[in-house]
Design a protein around this ligand. Structure first.
Ligand SMILES: [Zn+2]
Length: 467
């Protein structure tokens, strides 16, 4: 049977400082090796001091994933020699004498499959190796320790997945959950990295390391399953090893034989004392935890009558739900949900576009009110939203600049409809015979008015004229 388990590393990007020192947790944009101190590069004699906020954020993740949080947590040294880790061990958590990691035995429902979370641990991120050109051929390797010591939470699942597709769905849902919880901005490069353990019947466990994109994760697991099955078919052994995803060739390649847990010689980190996790702290965190995606979705449907599918899109993406929360009131909620999910989506579907977006909650609220008060048509609203996204000008200015005000009065509509009737004789005859085709004529009027005609008034006038 195919078994796939995941180890997901999530950086707690919303924290100010690293896990054991006061260097910045956000290492991005620094010159190499300038965001470091004796603690995060592990100089002899330096003493780590645990960032309590990291423990709180990790506890929130554990609770949201239904994990048990123990009354006391502890840290361990995981020993290994690699240039990205100058002190030759990583401070992490390890459940050896009972649970001492921040969470264990959780679960999360993915579509109709329950995925068990075996544990969640807090650990420090290593530094980064930068190769000159192709990593396989590079003669020079640089080390940048700016990332070293960044707070990470590792989420380990049981091998409950059976297909690459399930994995991708899970990681999507998990990243939305982490964004929504306000612990991480998972869209940042390197903020969410996944290792996948893949095995088939009679084969050993193969680990694919450090996959940064969900699309590649699905591809890498798919490739690995095909590779293992073809080995098995030919009666060849599938050794336990660590493999790497080669983005260019779209294959996994052998990196090294896999270390066994005992190779890491875990032992308690005596420089970081145990931390008591009091019930009062957990209660306080629970109270202040952002509303879950599921409860948001239910509220949108029940309170505002937003259709289920729209509510789902809106609640899963924190960017959109934050906009919605700031923009809406009881009356315009449904219209705003509509504007976000139909008109805004294409304008804000990447991080770059979101960073450049000039639209603010007030714009959405003004626009929804204008639609509801019949001051602008939905078609014009689409034009307006594009313009606002680019310029950030107030709606009133854009409406007059682009002349988007709705054409309601019958006399001006009538002359336009007369024009259309004169130009579209055949369509008029068709509509007389079959009223279903009348939309063609309405469309022509909309086109002539650049989408400003009131569609229902237009339809009424046309129907009258056809009789
Ligand atoms: Zn530091």
């Amino acid at each position: 049977m195919t078994k796939i388990g995941l180890e997901i590393h999530c950086q707690l990007t919303k924290l100010k400082s690293k896990l054991f020192c006061s260097c910045k947790a956000d290492y991005r944009g620094f010159e190499p090796n300038t965001n470091i101190c004796p603690i995060c590069v592990g100089l002899p004699g330096s003493l780590p001091l645990l960032n309590k906020k990291a423990v709180e954020k990790a506890a929130m993740i554990a609770m949201r994933l239904g994990c048990k949080v123990p009354p006391k947590i502890g840290f361990f040294r995981k020993n290994y020699f690699y240039p990205d880790l100058p002190k030759n061990f990583q401070i992490t958590q390890y459940n050896v004498h009972g649970p001492t990691s921040i969470g264990s035995e959780g679960q999360i429902l993915i579509e109709d499959k329950m995925i068990r979370i075996s544990r969640i641990q807090i650990e420090e991120d290593p530094g980064r190796l930068i190769y000159e050109g192709d990593p396989g051929k590079s003669l020079t390797t640089f080390v940048d320790y700016n990332r070293s010591g960044t707070p990470l939470v590792e989420i380990v699942t049981e091998p409950d997945f059976t297909t690459p597709k399930q994995v991708r769905t899970f990681v999507n849902i998990l990243s939305d959950l982490l964004d929504n919880l306000g612990v991480s901005d998972t869209s940042l490069e390197g903020a969410l990295r996944v290792d996948a353990n893949v095995s088939i019947d009679k084969g050993e466990k193969v680990e694919i390391k450090n996959i940064g994109s969900f699309r590649n994760l699905e591809k890498a697991i798919h490739f690995e399953l095909v590779r293992q099955e073809s080995l098995a078919e030919r009666g060849m052994p599938i050794p336990s090893e660590t493999r790497q995803w080669d983005e260019g060739r779209k294959i996994t390649i052998s990196a090294r034989t896999k270390e066994e847990e005992q190779d890491y010689r875990y032992f308690p980190e005596s420089d970081v004392p145990h931390v008591l996790i009091k019930d009062q702290l957990l209660e306080k965190l629970k109270e202040n935890m952002p509303e879950s995606i599921i409860s948001k979705r239910e509220r949108y449907v029940e309170k505002y009558g937003i259709p289920n599918q729209v509510a789902e899109v809106l609640s899963t993406d924190k960017f959109y739900s934050d906009l919605f929360e700031k923009a809406h009131n009881e009356n315009n909620a449904k219209e705003i949900a509509n504007l976000i999910t139909t008109d805004l989506m294409g304008l804000a579907d990447t991080k770059e576009k979101r960073d450049q977006l000039k639209l603010r909650p007030q714009h959405l609220s003004d626009l929804a009110d204008a639609i509801l008060n019949n001051k602008i048509t939905r078609i014009s609203a689409k034009t307006a939203i594009h313009e606002i996204a680019k310029t950030g000008k107030p709606l009133s200015e854009i409406t007059s600049e682009l002349d988007l005000g709705r054409v309601d009065d019958e006399s001006s509509l009538l002359s336009i409809i007369d024009e259309v009737f004169a130009e579209e004789k055949q369509a008029v005859e068709d509509a007389k015979k079959n009223i279903e085709t009348v939309n063609y004529l309405v469309g022509k009027v909309m086109k002539k008015t650049k989408g400003k005609a009131n569609p229902s008034v237009t339809l009424e006038i046309i129907k009258k004229k056809l009789k």
